[in-house]
Design a protein around this ligand. Structure first.
Ligand SMILES: [Zn+2]
Ligand SMILES: [Zn+2]
Length: 370
């Protein structure tokens, strides 16, 4: 079928919306009519080369929609199901899946890096030439074909924009608090970087009963929003990592149990580590450049049992965590709609990235179907 999609021709290039060919789903695959897609910093990382993708590619990995067709053997979803899309279709049988680490599935990751589906091929093409998938999803388009394990059924009354965000930013942020850190009521939490992922971590910390919750950012506007979403204290980024960490320690009564880092900047990672108290942990979510080096003073690691925890996709299990997160949203316990500051049509995708880079938007959502 013919679709419209936003194609990145080459790393460092510009996104252009054009017509492509989408082949039908094969065994274990699903065709989804896309309704919404968030615009995420990982897409920006693919554009500017911080985390290069195989090109040409249709970007977008924070999507939701309705199942339109299923390939042979598909049992998880039916035609007409509303679905939120996961970019981590774990296989269930590799060593990482068997160790209960589906987010690190060693079957899915090589295919994701190659820009293919799980069988090593692509369903996207243009004038007979292959176009590659991005993170299995390629949601800057009218429709996509993806693994059935990427399709998580959701209630029909959940807005597609919210379901899309749960597919990446929200799960990454709330999962870092709930699953990676396993924060409990009364734990002290700081969140470095109050964009879509960081504010999701604030929401997750508030829902978990953490207190205080210290928001850290360079922009007062984002700190104000963090306060509306449950942060108890705000720290404006200071001149250095040390000074910022000291400010967090001062307002938190001597340091936090979990410092969630959502910017990918090594200075913010250092500040997160230094803002923890004894046995505290810096939880690193943000994606740095591949050659970045993080310098930490190591004495407090044995002496105070300070820790550094990596968190990918919120250490989550989408089949369990997407429905649970959306249930909390429907009950009014997670105001995820506050994250959506702009909605745009697919044609305005370039403007969506401008709004994100300028810091004007928390989350831009593309509306893909009427
Ligand atoms: Zn993302
Ligand atoms: Zn696996």
């Amino acid at each position: 079928m013919k679709i419209r999609g936003a194609v990145l021709e080459e790393t460092g290039g510009r996104l252009e919306v054009g017509e492509l060919e989408l082949a039908p789903p094969r065994a274990g695959e699903v065709l989804v009519r896309l309704h919404a897609s968030g615009v995420c910093h990982s897409d920006q990382n693919a554009i500017d080369g911080t985390a290069p993708a195989r090109c040409p590619t249709v970007l977008g990995h924070e999507g939701s929609g309705v199942v339109e067709e299923i390939g042979p053997g598909v049992t998880r979803v039916r035609v007409g199901d509303h679905v939120a899309l996961s970019w981590a279709p774990s296989c269930g049988t590799c060593p990482e899946c068997l160790r209960e680490l589906p987010q690190l599935c060693s079957t899915a990751w090589p295919a994701l890096a190659d820009g293919t589906l799980l069988d090593g091929t692509t369903r996207l093409s243009r004038n007979g030439e292959p176009v590659w998938h991005y993170s299995f999803i390629s949601s800057f388009a009218d429709a996509c074909v993806l693994p059935e394990r990427s399709c998580i059924p959701i209630p029909d009354d959940v807005p597609f924009a919210i379901a899309g965000l749960v597919g990446c930013a929200v799960t990454t942020g709330v999962g870092a608090v709930w699953r990676t850190a396993r924060a409990r009521p009364g734990d002290r939490v700081a969140v470095f970087g109050c964009g879509g992922v960081g504010l999701s971590a604030v929401l997750g910390a508030a829902a978990a009963g953490a207190a205080p919750i210290v928001a850290v950012d360079t922009e007062q506007r984002k700190l104000d929003l963090a306060g509306e979403l449950g942060a108890t204290d705000a720290v404006r980024w200071e001149a250095s990592a040390e000074a910022t960490a000291q400010a967090v320690a001062d307002v938190s009564g001597g340091g936090v149990d979990y410092a969630i880092e959502a910017t990918g900047r090594t200075e913010a990672m250092r500040a997160a580590f230094l803002s923890t108290r004894a046995h505290g942990a810096a939880v690193l979510i943000g994606i740095p450049a591949a050659d970045a080096v993080l310098e930490l003073p190591p004495l407090s690691i044995p002496r105070l049992e300070r820790r550094v925890l990596g968190s990918l996709y919120g250490s989550s299990r989408p089949e369990r965590d997407f429905p649970l997160t959306l249930d909390l949203y429907r009950r009014g316990r997670l105001p995820l709609d506050r994250l959506v500051t702009h909605t745009l049509p697919l044609e305005d995708v370039v403007r969506g990235f401008e709004l994100m880079r300028s810091g004007e938007a928390i989350r831009v959502v593309l509306e893909l179907a009427a």
